[in-house]
Write a protein that binds this ligand. Structure first.
Ligand SMILES: *Cc1c(COP(=O)(O)O)cnc(C)c1O
Length: 407
């Protein structure tokens, strides 16, 4: 990393080449002011001043790079963008006000009326609504396919297909998509492969390395990891991100400097948090499988998971989210959830605190009965986003749920 003492600023690109994601999480993109602070500074300002009228004109005209207004650029937001871009191995990142704003900005920038999108069926519920209710209104066509069935993706591609959109592993059943195969399909169709990498984060999976064109995050989840802020980010090539940035600058779903600062702090501990999430989740998945009253456990770290080998190839860990079916129906699932005392009953995920939810009536409640059936969202399914508490304490709390099944 080049440290220009005269400017008191770290230049992110230069010497970060070849550094591991753990180092980048702590060091990449840091801004340092003349105060020589060790931690990331925060710039809570809406606008910036210029040394002269000529400099203002040069900034506005684009001849001189620099800050103008925080809807366009803010040093704290840029530090977050530089850090996450380095971690994902992308040329540039564009931060947004939420994960949904990241998806909106990507689609607004890269699609037009008459284009067709192929999307995996299990994507985040609001992504589904955004595409089907709003983008459809402006003449963008959408087809939904099974995440893991390459044949369905191939069959769905048409001459006007411009984007393949997916999440892997899927929520809540932890199915894993073959990123390399889908990126080849996207290339042959002259379409972009867009991956929502929220569940894995760049610590466990870097989709750009497997040929994806764009990576999206809800920073609200693991990147913060401590439930403090809503935000998002899009990562990709300079050319694609210039388009996304152009939309953001015009439409305004920009990330606030305060939230960017919180995410910068979150990224520093992301590598060790993800390791702890993965360890706990694997231990709980293995343990749950052996418990009476549990019919089936879904976690890509389990050897019998249908895409276990694929997950081993493209992920360096299996993530913190798992789900399982209890014996019985909705009543049994709710009794299990209500019997826990420490684990938070909330649909949020990616937090250091373990959370538990009933997908059929919360995150996936809006799906029609047919869509639920097709997506495997049964009434006896429970999703747990495993936090970083002690696994012994988590087992103790989940045991209360298991006891409720017997009662
Ligand atoms: C939460 C989530 C989003 C939306 O992010 P927000 O920050 O809530 O707008 C998108 N994709 C996935 C996979 C999510 O879990």
């Amino acid at each position: 990393m080049t440290y220009r003492r005269e400017e008191h600023t770290f230049i992110p690109e230069a010497d970060l080449e070849g550094m591991s994601v753990e180092t980048l999480a702590v060091r990449a993109g840091q801004v340092r002011t003349a105060q020589l602070e060790h931690s990331d500074p925060i710039f809570p300002t809406s606008s910036f001043v210029y040394g002269s009228a000529a400099q203002a004109a040069a900034r506005f005209g684009g001849e001189e790079p620099g800050n103008i207004y925080s809807r366009f650029t803010n040093p704290t937001v840029q530090a977050f963008e530089a850090r996450i871009a380095a971690m994902e191995g992308g040329e540039r990142a564009v931060a947004t006000a939420s994960g949904m704003a990241a998806i909106l900005s990507t689609c607004m920038a890269l699609l037009k009326a008459g284009d067709h999108v192929v999307c995996s069926r299990g994507v985040f519920g609001t992504t589904n609504v955004l595409l089907q209710k709003y983008f459809a209104k402006f003449g963008v066509e959408i087809s939904f396919v099974s995440l893991t069935d390459l044949r369905q993706w191939q069959d769905a591609v048409r001459s006007n297909t411009r984007m393949l959109f997916l999440e892997t592993p899927s929520n809540p059943l932890c199915e894993v998509a073959d990123l390399e195969a889908l990126s080849q399909l996207a290339k042959s169709a002259d379409a972009l492969l867009v991956v929502d990498n929220c569940f894995c984060t760049p610590i466990l999976q870097r989709p750009l390395e497997f040929g994806a064109d764009v990576v999206i995050h809800s920073a609200t989840k693991y990147l913060d990891g401590q439930g403090r802020c809503v935000g998002g980010v899009v990562v990709g090539s300079n050319a694609l991100m210039e388009e996304v940035y152009g939309f953001l600058r015009s439409a305004g779903p920009t990330l606030s400097p305060f939230n960017a600062w919180v995410f910068l702090k979150g990224l520093e501990t992301l590598p060790i948090r993800m390791r702890a999430h993965c360890e706990n989740a694997l231990e709980l998945a293995t343990w749950l499988e052996q418990q009476e009253g549990i019919e089936e456990v879904f976690y890509a770290g389990l050897k019998q998971h249908p895409q276990h080998q694929l997950a081993l190839k493209q992920q360096s860990g299996f993530g913190g989210v798992l789900s399982f079916r209890v014996r019985g129906g909705r009543e049994a699932a709710w009794a299990f959830i209500d019997a826990t005392r420490m684990i938070s009953i909330t649909a949020n995920l990616g937090d250091v605190k373990t959370t538990i939810t009933h997908p059929a009536t919360t995150t996936h409640g809006r799906l029609s009965p047919e869509d639920k059936a097709q997506a495997g969202i049964t009434e006896n399914l429970i999703r747990v986003s495993v936090g970083i508490e002690s696994s012994a304490d988590l087992k103790k709390d989940l045991s209360r749920g298991l006891d409720a099944l017997k009662g």
